[in-house]
Design a protein. Structure first.
Length: 417
């Protein structure tokens, strides 16, 4: 029987673009970890730092503007440097089906150039996903301010944006972790986000996912959340899934997601019932009408008896009057609540498309619920106060308050630690 030649097979072409110094570090970590099926590109205005990149393709941006000395922490300089080198960037990413743009927000080159690179990527027709980090608190308020502004700008240019708060990594590392190790952990989380998606497309597995399925969940999805869980033992599937949806990396619950992509990775002993157990835990925690796509692969890098679950959640309702923030609950539903909802929910059918599994159909298009619609008019927020006015004190919030998700993240920081 004649075999199909590899030179005529059609695979999705995936590229990972690391922008700035943090992006270079993330790409180096992925190359060293032997992430398969993707091509790497490093972009920087600092010629010396770019020299240490392990990426096959390196692009020095803003040669005339910065003369190879970097953006000096100025995002506007980073943006102009990318614009100056626009044609070279466009040629480097031409022909891509999917492009990940990764880096740390808050610096000059990464913060300024990432939106420009994303715009070029989307103009080329590629599915464009941003995977970036917010700076640690100890890096200073100014860096955080620049990061938040850069994230908002990048969000407008990508199909989906996964933002990982570095400070939340402190919840999953021990007290003796060094600064260097903490930043290496950041690189590892960025790699898990990229690998969790790309492996479903590029790696042969138990249940693979077509690129078209990935696009259906992530195209024009806006903000996205990512959680990773690893477990071993008799109930490893359920425990890994629970860890993923309750990950410290998630700033809010995945409850309101309209699209969920999750990957289950294990060894040769990965069982079908385990896949079902993990899927049940995740689907019980989201909208019954959400579009869910999953895949299962073999991962040789996992330890014996380990199982890993990666969850990417998209399609959150946004409140335009509140700066596009999520209008969803902070906590995942309890077991009793999940069981109660399961009884009330009409059973749905699953269909297999391509090589992947899709549960349910796309939900009907509805207008997102506004936070203001859920608040009595007497308590409705007034128009924004002038900046010169002194901020009003915020009443203490009880940990069990159902409205805990409405409290801004910076006011919740002490309670989350």
């Amino acid at each position: 029987m004649e075999q199909i030649r590899s030179d005529i097979e059609s695979f999705a072409r995936i590229r990972v673009v690391g922008v700035g110094g943090s992006g270079k570090n993330a790409v180096n970590h992925m190359v060293s970890s032997k992430v398969k099926g993707v091509e790497f590109i490093a972009i920087n205005s600092d010629a010396q730092d770019l020299h240490h990149s392990l990426a096959k393709k390196k692009i020095h941006i803003g040669k005339n503007l910065t003369r190879g000395l970097g953006a000096g922490g100025n995002p506007d300089m980073g943006r102009r440097a990318a614009e100056e080198t626009r044609e070279e960037i466009s040629n480097a990413i031409k022909g891509s089906d999917m492009i990940f743009i990764t880096g740390g927000m808050g610096g000059g080159t990464g913060t300024g150039s990432a939106p420009v690179v994303a715009r070029i990527a989307r103009e080329s027709g590629a599915l464009t996903v941003g995977v970036v980090t917010k700076p640690f608190l100890f890096e200073g308020q100014e860096r955080m301010r620049l990061a938040l502004a850069g994230i908002e700008e990048l969000k407008q240019e990508v199909d989906a944006l996964i933002t990982i708060p570095n400070d939340r990594l402190l919840a999953i590392v021990d007290k003796e972790t060094t600064v260097q190790s903490a930043f290496e952990q950041c690189d590892n989380i960025l790699m898990q986000a990229v690998e969790g998606i790309s492996d479903l497309i590029t790696m042969p597995g138990i249940i693979n996912v077509d690129f078209a399925d990935i696009r259906s969940v992530m195209e024009n999805a806006g903000s996205a959340l990512m959680g990773v869980g690893i477990a071993s033992g008799e109930k490893r599937a359920e425990e890994a899934a629970q860890s993923a949806i309750n990950s410290p990396l998630l700033e809010v619950s995945i409850t309101g997601a309209k699209g969920v992509l999750f990957a289950i990775a294990g060894g040769d002993d990965l069982g079908m019932l385990e896949i079902q157990d993990a899927a049940r835990v995740i689907t019980e925690s989201i909208d019954p009408q959400a579009r869910v796509i999953f895949g299962a692969i073999r991962d040789e890098k996992l330890k014996k008896n380990e199982l890993k679950v990666t969850v990417i959640a998209t399609g959150f309702p946004e409140d335009p009057e509140n700066g596009g923030s999520y209008n969803i609950s902070r906590r995942a539903p309890t077991t009793s609540e999940s069981n109660e909802r399961e009884k009330e929910t009409v059973s749905t059918t699953s269909e297999q498309t391509g090589r992947g599994r899709i549960f349910n159909s796309l939900p009907k298009k509805t207008e997102p619920t506004k936070v203001s619609d859920q608040i009595p008019k007497s308590n409705a927020p007034s128009a924004p106060e002038p900046l010169k006015r002194e901020p009003k004190p915020v009443d203490p919030v009880d940990d069990d308050d159902d409205d805990w998700g409405a409290v801004p993240a910076f006011l919740r920081r002490s309670k989350l630690k």
